[in-house]
Structures are given as C-alpha cells and as structure tokens.
Design a protein around this ligand. Structure first.
Ligand code: PAF
Length: 279
C-alpha cells in the first residue's frame, strides 16, 4: 500500500484506475484506526476493485473546547493496519491540501434539518465540518462507493443526504457497529477510558438493548427514555441524551409509533464522550 499526501499524487493514482475502468471504494477516517475501521475496508474491498482510505483529522468538525489538538495521531500504525486489511492507497493530506484558504475561510457545506438535532444541537457546526470535508474528499477521490459506520448514525444520515442533494454518483454503504465483548462500540475515543471505565461503559449497549426490548413490549416512549436515563446516571455516566427517534430522519415519533425507530445514547464517562445506537 502506498501513501500519498498531495492532491496531485492522489488524482494521478485514482485517475489511472478510473481510466482502466476500475471501481473505486473509499473509506474516510480520522486515523487511530481499530477493527471497526478495518471492517469498513473489508466491506469496501468486496464492492470495489481498488480501495482508498484517507486519514485526516479534520479541524472544522471539532468545537473550540473539543479534542482536536489531543486527538490521537498514529499514522505509522494506521498504515500497517490498512495495508494488512487490503487497502490499496492511503491519502494522508496536510491541512492546507484540504483547506487551501485555511479552515476558517473554507467553502462550507450545510445539510440543514438532520444536522440540527441531537449531536448537531450539542456540537454546533460539527456536521457542517463533517459535510464539508466529506464533500471535498469525495470530490478528490471520486469513488463509486464509500463506507461509513453506523455507530455514527446521524453522521451516516447527513452523508446520505449530502450525496443525494449534490447528486453525487456515489453509493453510500452503511457498516454494522463492531463491539467489544461487553457490548462497548469500538471507537477511537475509547482509549480515553481507564480499564475500569471501559468495563462500566458496557452499560450503554445493555441500556440500548433494554430500550429496544421495552419498546417492543409496548412500554410508552417517555417511560423507556426515563428508565434509560435512570440506569445510566446510576452507573455514574453523565448523560447528553437517551432517546427514541425515527430512523429515517431522527424526528420524534408519535406516542403510538413503534416501527422504524432507533434508540440513541450519548454520555460522558471520565474523559470520554461516547455515542451509540440500536434499532
Ligand atoms: O467518522 C469520522 O471519522 C469522520 O467524521 C469523517 C467521516 C472521516 C470526516 O472527518
């Protein structure tokens, strides 16, 4: 696997594949890769002739008090993992390759509505940063397919909508969440957890399972959400939300709506902010 950092080198490599009629799969990441990311590479491999990954810690999707500066950067390790999992080309650009006028003066892509609730309401500007960088990366790589993990469910909906709205000829493939033995969703931010916290964080998944089961058993939405709050707070997590929403657009369901819903949780534990979901 080769690594390129300039737009020119990326275009030369991808252009040659495209001229040869090859299908290109793309997995954008912020690095610090784990098995969850590698499963995205494997899915891309199944649907494309060549797989491109990107590692770029995108400044525009971090809030002023978030972990941009301290976000783990582990390029050598990432290169070895990507190579072992069948990635053909890594694009690891510097900030000015993606934001030639600087991040603050960049063209911005907004995806209204879906970006404004839950994560978007708690992290203003986050999804504009994600949509902007993904649109830029799509424009550079021009893939046929791109794979995104369902752990970041709202992000997946934002990207699907962006792709449809800009009429990009890219198929977005969702990938199932990979979990640790205790149910904790794999995430780069799990490394902020102590080993004790990592064990305790399994309660997020068991609470999601409880929410799904209670919903199917006919319990009222408000009671399902209130029980989840109680359980998580008793376990020492600081909750941002534990809610039931419509899967298609994350709007609030009617009282008697049962089908097509998804449970979503965001909570802080120690230094880590964790998100997860289950339908
Ligand atoms: O999910 C991520 O790692 C990032 O939000 C993404 C999609 C690579 C954009 O920076």
């Amino acid at each position: 696997m080769d690594t390129v950092s300039s737009v020119e080198d990326l275009r030369a490599r991808v252009g040659a594949w495209r001229r040869a009629g090859k299908r290109i799969g793309f997995v954008p990441t912020m690095g610090n890769l784990h098995n969850g990311h590698f499963s995205l590479i494997s899915i891309a491999r199944m649907h494309a002739d060549h797989v491109v990954a990107s590692v770029f810690v995108n400044p525009t999707q971090f809030g002023p008090r978030e972990d941009f500066a301290s976000y783990p950067r582990t390029l050598e390790q990432d290169q070895a993992g990507l190579s072992a999992h069948g990635c053909d080309l890594l694009f690891a650009p510097p900030v000015d390759a993606i934001y030639p006028f600087g991040p603050d003066a960049s063209v911005r892509i907004e995806v209204p509505g879906i970006s404004d609730v839950l994560e978007g309401a708690l992290r203003p500007g986050h999804f504009a940063g994600v949509a902007t960088v993904v649109a830029k990366l799509f424009n550079l790589v021009q893939p046929d397919i791109a794979v995104f993990g369902q752990k970041d469910y709202q992000q997946l909906l934002v990207i699907q909508r962006l792709t449809r709205d800009l009429r990009l000829p890219i198929e977005i493939l969702p990938a199932a969440t990979l979990r640790e033995a205790n149910g904790l969703a794999m995430s780069s931010r799990n490394q902020y957890l102590s080993s004790d916290e990592r064990e305790r964080a399994g309660i997020i998944y068991s609470t999601l399972c409880g929410m799904r089961d209670a919903l199917h058993a006919g319990q009222a939405h408000a009671a399902v959400e209130a029980d989840a709050h109680r359980v998580l707070e008793q376990a020492g997590l600081v909750l941002d939300y534990a809610v039931l929403r419509r899967k298609t657009d994350l709007t609030e369901p009617e009282k008697n709506e049962r089908a097509g819903l998804i449970a979503l949780i965001a909570a802080k534990l120690g230094r880590a902010r964790l998100i997860d979901n289950l339908d």
